[in-house]
Design a protein around this ligand. Structure first.
Ligand SMILES: [Zn+2]
Length: 151
């Protein structure tokens, strides 16, 4: 990775975090994304492109004294979502608690089906499915994190 450029980006991000509402701009998560993109940017042009785009965007908010307008917030979320989608699709990385959310909804869907078809009671299947989803999803998230595949 281009360290000098990456350092400059991180310095601008720190400057932004001092001025802006860190929660609103997802400061901690943004840092993780930027570090991941940085690690991967040597072999991936899209990661490099996303980093450049993020840097331009951060500079733009800095120029407004860290007070982004509604359109910039929208763009902010949009870039982050695009970065997540890219990391997920091309680099097999997932966000924290990704599988928990996924397995919970799958668990509920299967639970409802299972409850209706086998137990003859829609209401019983759902909590069982949800519980299984939480247990399996959390285990999968923990395993993914252990393997270093979490953004
Ligand atoms: Zn990439």
């Amino acid at each position: 990775m281009n360290w000098e450029r990456h350092e400059m980006l991180l310095a601008d991000l720190e400057a932004l975090l001092e001025k802006a509402d860190s929660k609103k701009i997802q400061g901690d998560f943004l840092k993780k994304i930027i570090n991941r993109l940085g690690e991967l940017s040597d072999d991936c042009r899209e990661c490099t492109r996303l980093l450049d785009e993020l840097h331009e965007h951060i500079k733009a908010i800095l120029e407004k004294n860290g007070q982004p307008e509604a359109t910039e917030y929208k763009r902010h979320r949009e870039i982050i979502n695009r970065a997540i989608a890219h990391l997920q699709k091309e680099h097999n990385l997932v966000t924290e608690d990704y599988y928990l959310g996924l397995y919970m909804s799958l668990g509920i869907a299967f639970g409802l089906m299972f409850g209706t078809l086998i137990l003859g009671n829609l209401a019983w299947g759902m909590p069982i499915g949800l519980l299984l989803g939480v247990v399996l999803g959390s285990a999968k998230d923990a395993d993914t994190k252990k393997k270093g595949h979490t953004i």
